[in-house]
Design a protein around this ligand. Structure first.
Ligand SMILES: Nc1nc2c(ncn2[C@@H]2O[C@H](COP(=O)(O)OP(=O)(O)OP(=O)(O)O)[C@@H](O)[C@H]2O)c(=O)[nH]1
Ligand SMILES: [Mg+2]
Length: 380
């Protein structure tokens, strides 16, 4: 009698999977080979080094930016760090944060107007301070301003705070791409009075080839709008313009709730999804642009379902560049504590759930980073 069995291959490198010899290609443990996903498996090497690399990507910061930040530190300048509140957790650069720790810093937590209605101001400030702390930068909560950069009153308040904190020194505006630095400076220009003899100029910063806008703050001090921290680890950098337009949050986010059981999947548009691989059923509260469709499915054939959804353009937005699961990076997160947690995708948004030892897989376009943190917004 003939017996037919399928030879299983690594989804990434194509090596035939085996659990006999860890030194040979295609090795996975017997347990994973027998009990792992029926749809696709990775050999240990791809799992650990390539696809499932748990260390997420950082923004690639150039030498010019580092030179300017070091110069700001050497001058004891005031750093005004603008963050996009909706999505900033994975935009920190350790290289920059190592330099700025200990500096005089005012954080402008921008785009507060895009957070869900009713978001608590004190909790948001505490969350921002916590995220900076987690990355090694101590920020005084009183030095965190929640802002809508378009608003003149906000700009007036921030300028007043800058004058109070700057201590006769220069001021440097820093922040990730699209955080709202230019919008904020435009608002400053509407409400600020140039009391010095100097002009507002744009010129190369000494020792660099980066053009920097300079506003006189007094006869001896300047405000510099320095180059942005790149966002190459954001979904906004990685997709085509049409998809980006839909993902980009331009109106207050309304959260959406789903219940997810083991072996179920939530698709976030046609470019990202999460799978509850193991653990207790949980309620998932999603904070993404209202234009990102969210669909729940079983994880049986989740790869094929994903491809079907995007080729039929049945889930929006979709990105033409993403055609199969091979175009995505995969991360696995096991949350061991028993508490509410957030898992976020840089540039797209985040979801909150009650953690009780679950293991999630997070599929994102290649190069996009993810993070996990305590809840940005507490569930009432
Ligand atoms: N809703 C809202 N949108 C904002 C706010 N601040 C900026 N934006 C929008 O966010 C986008 C980026 O703002 P910019 O001011 O260009 O950001 P930036 O930090 O100068 O960006 P780069 O120069 O590209 O690094 C623009 O579409 C702005 O209209 C805000 O407080 N609320
Ligand atoms: Mg700008």
């Amino acid at each position: 009698m003939a017996q037919i069995s399928q030879i299983r291959k690594c989804y990434n490198c194509g090596a035939v999977l085996q659990s006999n010899d860890p030194s040979k290609e295609g090795y996975v443990s017997k347990e994973v080979l027998e009990n792992g996903s029926q749809n696709f498996l990775f050999c240990n090497k791809c799992f650990e080094i390539e696809r499932f690399q748990p260390k997420t990507n950082e923004p690639l910061v150039g030498e010019d930016l580092l030179t300017i930040v070091k110069d700001a530190k050497a001058k004891d300048a005031l750093l005004v760090y603008v963050i996009n509140l909706f999505s900033f957790e994975a935009s920190f650069s350790h290289k920059i944060n190592e330099i700025i720790n200990g500096m005089n810093i005012l954080v402008v937590a921008n785009k507060f107007d895009l957070m869900p209605k009713g978001t608590n101001e004190d909790e948001t400030r505490e969350y921002v301070a916590h995220r900076f702390r987690a990355d090694g930068v101590k920020i005084d909560r009183d030095n965190i301003v929640l802002a809508n950069a378009f608003d003149d009153d906000t700009a007036r308040n921030i300028i007043a705070q800058i004058y109070e904190l700057k201590n006769g020194k220069d001021v440097y505006i820093i922040g990730s791409k699209l955080a709202g630095k230019t919008t904020l400076i435009d608002s400053f220009l509407r409400v600020y009075k140039n009391l010095s003899q100097g002009n507002i100029i744009s010129q190369d910063y000494p020792g660099t080839s980066s053009r920097v806008l300079q506003l006189p703050m007094s006869s001896r001090t300047m405000m510099y709008e320095i180059p942005s921290i790149p966002h190459n680890n954001s979904i906004l950098y990685n997709l085509d313009a049409n998809a980006t337009k839909k993902i980009y949050v331009t109106e207050p986010v309304e959260y959406r709730d789903f219940t997810l059981k083991e072996n179920e999947v939530l698709y976030f548009g046609g470019m990202s999804f999460i799978e509850l691989v193991e653990g207790k059923k949980t309620s998932i509260r999603c904070y993404f642009s209202n234009d990102v469709q969210i669909k729940k499915r079983s994880n049986r054939k989740c790869e094929e379902t994903f491809v079907k959804e995007i080729t039929k353009k049945a889930i929006k937005p979709y990105c033409l560049r993403i055609k199969t699961v091979k175009d995505l990076d995969v991360f696995e997160i096991k949350i061991t504590e028993s508490n509410y947690r957030d898992i976020g995708i840089q540039g797209l948004g985040w979801f909150n759930f009650l953690a009780k030892g679950q293991t999630f897989r997070i599929y994102v376009p290649k190069g996009v980073s993810i993070y996990t943190s305590r809840p940005k917004i507490d569930r009432k």
